[in-house]
Design a protein around this ligand. Structure first.
Ligand code: PLP
Length: 389
């Protein structure tokens, strides 16, 4: 059965990515003959265990970690929850959490949930480009009771935070540092040997592995508490029989991502820049959201003054182009995204922000299609706009 038009030009890779054929191939045996339980004592399970451990090495290698510092989870959201809730529980609830106004709900809602249970929460503001200053922690009263959680890269704008400076500032005052690296992994160099991060979240489906698998990094000695209790899997850190095919998949995807990072930074960046340059030049009232330079190479977020983002998406869909308005996770909500609001983007622009997020599977021809379609769509919608008097 075919569920989607084969010709779709897919520009929504920050929402999810296609599973790489190499990843599917690596996973297949584990749906078939290699169905052993990695915890079993006999060789039929033991051989699977060795491959799970190899996948752990592949994930660790992408971020410069040791394999035993990696825990497999069900998704990026679980990895984020595990870090924040684990820290909160470990410290008996007497905690400060410092995070940013533009975090993904996986961190933002979790931090707010913990605030409701007694944590002292600070959400750091960002500037008009969605950036956090390296000195953002400067005046705050933080110490060993504090967890600072700042995302490596923003899912809506692609803004890359000064994580090294922030982590060093947090560590210098005895705080712990967590980063949601779900969007950065595979698109930016992450090396926990060079940046003093204690905890980090990854998600499979943002880097060409399937949905429903994630990983968390916990530096050796970091305070970590299981949030799923049961068996002794994952060194007692996360109970539940391992999702072997998906673990193999995220391992292979991390290996591929490491090999494709240069392509993300050159070919994908060049396509993104060409797309962005053309849309800003050819569409009236277009404005970039996010920092021009400190940004993921695959993401552009552009507002088209006084038109509805959702209407643009429907017209793009008609033209066989998939993109998103605000964050995919907030699509359906009528409010402009919390990221645009935190950046102080005026209402007439915040409602019309469109994110195009590319991957190595995009082609120049697909970029041409967007460049050809957008000016007409913007012009048509502007004529119909209730905002224009
Ligand atoms: N963090 C960021 C920055 C994200 O973009 C997302 C997904 O959109 C998540 C966390 C959640 O990841 P998952 O969908 O694997 O739970």
């Amino acid at each position: 059965m075919n569920y989607a038009p084969a010709h779709v030009a897919y520009f929504d890779n920050n929402a999810t990515t296609r599973v790489a054929p190499e990843v599917v191939e690596a996973m297949m045996p584990f749906f078939g003959e290699s169905y052993g339980n990695p915890s079993s004592i006999y060789r039929f399970g033991g051989s699977v265990r060795r491959l799970v451990e190899r996948a752990r090495e592949q994930v660790a290698a992408l971020i410069g970690a040791s394999p035993e510092e990696i825990v497999f989870t069900s998704c990026g959201s679980e990895s984020d929850n595990m870090a924040l809730k684990g820290f909160f529980q470990e410290r008996g609830g007497k905690t400060k959490i410092v995070t940013t106004a533009v975090e993904h709900p996986a961190v933002r809602s979790t931090a707010r949930f913990l605030k409701g249970r007694g944590a002292d929460l600070t959400e750091l503001p960002v500037d008009g480009e969605g950036m956090l200053s390296p000195s953002a922690l400067g005046a705050l009263g933080i110490g060993p009771d504090t967890l600072v959680s700042a995302m490596w890269a923003n899912n809506e704008t692609g803004a890359v935070f000064p994580i090294k400076e922030l982590a060093e500032a947090a560590k210098a005052r005895g705080a712990l540092f967590h980063t949601d690296a779900v969007q950065a992994a595979g698109k930016a160099v992450i090396d926990v040997r060079k940046v003093p991060i204690d905890m980090l979240a990854l998600s499979g489906h943002k880097l060409h592995a399937p949905k429903g698998i994630g990983a968390a990094y916990f530096r050796a000695g970091a305070p970590i508490r299981a949030i799923i209790h049961g068996g002794h899997q994952e060194g007692g850190r996360r109970a539940g029989t391992e999702n072997v095919p998906y673990i193999i998949g995220i391992g292979r995807a991390c290996e591929l991502a490491a090999g494709r990072m240069a392509e993300e930074d050159t070919r994908v960046r060049a396509m993104r820049d060409r797309l962005e340059g053309a849309l800003l030049a050819r569409c009236a009232g277009a404005k970039l959201n996010g920092p021009p330079a400190a940004r993921l190479p695959n993401t552009t977020n552009i507002s088209f003054e006084n038109i509805e983002g959702e209407a643009v998406l429907l017209h793009l869909d008609e033209a066989g182009i998939a993109a998103s308005s605000g964050s995919a996770c907030t699509t359906g909500a009528l409010e402009p995204s919390h990221v645009m609001m935190a950046m102080g983007v005026p209402y007439s622009y915040a409602h019309s922000s469109i994110r195009f997020s590319l991957s190595v599977y995009n082609t120049e021809e697909e970029v041409d299609r967007v460049i050809a379609a957008m000016p007409g769509i913007v012009e048509k919608l502007r004529r119909l706009s209730p905002f224009v008097g």
